[in-house]
Design a protein around this ligand. Sequence first.
Ligand SMILES: O=P(O)(O)OC[C@H]1O[C@H](OP(=O)(O)OP(=O)(O)O)[C@H](O)[C@@H]1O
Ligand SMILES: Nc1ncnc2[nH]cnc12
Length: 178
Amino acid sequence: MTPDALRALIRTVPDFPKTGIQFRDITTLISNGPGLAATVEILAEQADAAGAKSIAGMEARGFIFGAAVAVRLGVGFVAVRKPGKLPVPTIGVDYALEYGMDRLEVDPAAIRQDESIVIVDDLVATGGTALAAVELLRTAGARVDHALFVIDLPDLGGAGRLREAGVAVDAILDYAGQ
Ligand SMILES: O=P(O)(O)OC[C@H]1O[C@H](OP(=O)(O)OP(=O)(O)O)[C@H](O)[C@@H]1O
Ligand SMILES: Nc1ncnc2[nH]cnc12
């Protein structure tokens, strides 16, 4: 399936969750079997080429693609969670995203020292979420050099910020100037 065919499966919802936000909704992509499979296949090839020994995904949409990529490659999955979900002491970081503030937490027991972890998420906008994940995973001792997304919103600058932090970025689709 071509990137344009995948783009056709993504729905744009204006003014969600706030006025002025063009929400790029993957619901209609992941409910399409061939679309979901093709997306996971592309991400898995990119993660494999990046030398992934483990995949990290951010709650919640990052779990959908990240866990599927991990299974495809036969590697483990690190769940980067929203606050208060993990039953053990965590490391956490507060961050801003396109439409608000949030916090991510990770259980250090999920991370092996110096292991190469590739981040997978549905979308990068400001990069706040992915940068928070990079900081957490690096603090826990992982090497994080690559982040993979289905969608990049380049006007919001997140991919550039990740590259400045030493993280190579790939996205299947971008929505520029829209
Ligand atoms: O680059 P940023 O500006 O940080 O925005 C991107 C993040 O926003 C969305 O997650 P959201 O926090 O809305 O949570 P969800 O996955 O639970 O829907 C999306 O899945 C990314 O993780
Ligand atoms: N415009 C957007 N659409 C979907 N998810 C998002 N996360 C941050 N910005 C977003």
